[in-house]
Design a protein around this ligand. Structure first.
Ligand SMILES: Nc1ncnc2c1ncn2[C@@H]1O[C@H](COP(=O)(O)OP(=O)(O)O)[C@@H](O)[C@H]1O
Ligand SMILES: [Mg+2]
Length: 359
């Protein structure tokens, strides 16, 4: 197949996306596919060039790259470059965070009728917004920690009351997060009122919706999920962060955070983590792939933290490493994802969209 790989993007996870795209493109080529790399710059331009990956990664001059446009008409020309359709079979949106993992790109591709890998508009959007994600988890009675969410304007108007409620309901310390982001950007831990105020101000730089959570003490484990209607869960892996928590530095800069694959846990805990991973996948209407992140408390209780519909995807990332552990190599994995994307697209094509008044 001819596969357009979208990479970069407008979010703070631009560089992370480029790293994931490198691994995914190499795996697709190894699986026998033709890859068409399409870079999205930090300011949102779509560009095509055989070296676009290196150009974006190394901050090179982009003047030789050509603009890519998307014809939004259903079954129209699709992706276009220099006035010609690019004639691709499917898009692999390797984008993390807002404007990519949140349903925006999915919506555009949906309008154009182009098949793509991964979750659709709803699943992507629900999983991106930590407040709505928790509401979806709650609907499925998944075990979660306590939290409070609020908007910027509520904070501005009623800060004192919010601080009081946080202290009363969550205790200290708390984790303060922008609702829509990833890679730990804008997240801080606050142990008292002054730190909370600073943490909220920091998070408000990234979103107008904030989630504050009680601290969960436990080991951090992650499970990879793969499939459409009957998704499979991998064995869990464990993260041992170098920093106080798994912040941006611990994730991408400091190389000392460790992944333990598979996690050393008892059979009952492993079974529970896998069961919850599939339940979380279903709770947000995910499609194709997701990584579900959890905490395992000292007593073995498993608590859900979050789900990511386009998890980090490099040779050293948890998502592909967990599948490798189960005997699914990188090329097998991306091939499966492409097939799942095609299958989902075909399933949706069969739906009737018009109501026939006379039938
Ligand atoms: N409620 C919590 N209790 C303890 N640690 C937390 C909590 N929330 C987040 N963390 C820490 O912060 C990291 C990033 O938070 P997370 O919600 O996963 O955000 P992101 O979507 O940016 O990955 C987690 O991996 C964990 O180390
Ligand atoms: Mg996380």
């Amino acid at each position: 197949m001819k596969i357009a790989v979208l990479m970069g993007g407008r979010s703070g996870e631009h560089q992370v996306s480029l790293r994931s795209a490198r691994y995914i493109m190499d795996s697709l080529v190894e699986a026998g596919h033709t890859v068409l790399p399409i870079g999205i710059t930090n300011d949102g331009q779509w560009l095509q060039h055989p070296d676009i990956h290196a150009m974006l990664s190394e901050g090179r001059d982009l003047s030789q790259a050509s603009n890519v446009f998307l014809d939004l008409s259903f079954q129209g020309q699709g992706l276009m470059c220099n006035g010609q359709p690019l004639d691709i079979d499917i898009v692999f949106p390797v984008l993390h965070g807002p404007f990519g993992e949140d349903g925006t790109i999915q919506g555009a591709l949906e309008l154009a009728g182009i098949p793509y890998v991964g979750s659709g508009i709803l699943g992507s959007a629900l999983a991106m917004d930590k407040a709505q994600m928790k509401a979806a988890f709650r609907n499925f009675n998944l075990p979660m920690g306590s939290y409070i969410s609020f908007y910027q304007w509520e904070w501005q108007e009623g800060r004192r009351e919010l601080v009081r409620r946080i202290e009363e309901r969550l205790g200290w310390p708390v984790f303060v997060k922008p609702a829509n982001l990833g890679s730990s950007v804008g997240i801080s831990k606050a142990a008292r009122e002054q730190e909370l105020i600073e943490a909220v101000e920091e998070a408000l730089r990234y979103d107008y919706k904030i989630v504050v959570e009680a601290e969960i003490r436990g080991r951090e484990v992650e499970v990879s999920v793969l499939g459409n209607e009957n998704p499979r869960a991998s064995l869990p892996g464990e993260i041992i962060p170098v920093n106080e928590f798994y912040d941006y530095k611990a994730k991408y800069i400091d190389q000392r955070s460790r992944l333990v694959i598979p996690a050393e846990l008892g059979d009952a805990v492993i079974a529970r983590a896998r069961e919850l991973a599939v339940a979380a996948f279903k709770a947000v209407d995910a499609v194709g792939l997701a990584r579900v992140d959890m905490f395992v408390a000292a007593g073995g209780e498993v608590i859900i933290n979050e789900i990511n519909t386009m998890p980090g995807f490099t040779a050293i990332s948890m998502y592909p490493k967990l599948w490798e552990q189960s005997g699914i190599s990188g090329p097998d994995l991306v091939n499966t994802l492409v097939n799942l994307g095609m299958a989902w697209h075909n399933r949706r094509l069969q739906l009737q969209h018009k109501y026939e008044e006379n039938s």
